[in-house]
Design a protein. Structure first.
Length: 92
């Protein structure tokens, strides 16, 4: 079952209501994207919504939210490879 989120903007704070009942309030777009990522919401399942008394997210904010969530998804799926440390002898 996918977890969906509705994102609103109210008084310069981003509010995310998640389908599993969680609610996040953040003042920063990257912070709300991180919170949604931690909650298991995928970028395609985050919907921007407008309600009476709230402001609509601008197109730029919507694109930035989607891009940040996709970036976080890629970080999660990329295997972490440690680069080997080479011992180099320095001559004086």
């Amino acid at each position: 079952m996918t977890i969906q989120a509705k994102i609103l903007l109210h008084k310069n704070e981003f509010i995310a209501e998640v389908s599993d009942g969680q609610r996040f309030v953040q003042g920063d777009l990257r912070a709300i994207a991180g919170a949604l990522h931690q909650a298991g919401v995928l970028a395609g399942d985050a919907l921007c919504e407008w309600r009476t008394g709230h402001r609509m997210l601008t197109a730029g904010q919507q694109v930035a939210l989607n891009a940040e969530m996709r970036r976080l998804e890629k970080l999660k799926t990329q295997p972490r490879t440690e680069t080997p440390v080479r011992n180099i002898a320095l001559a004086a």
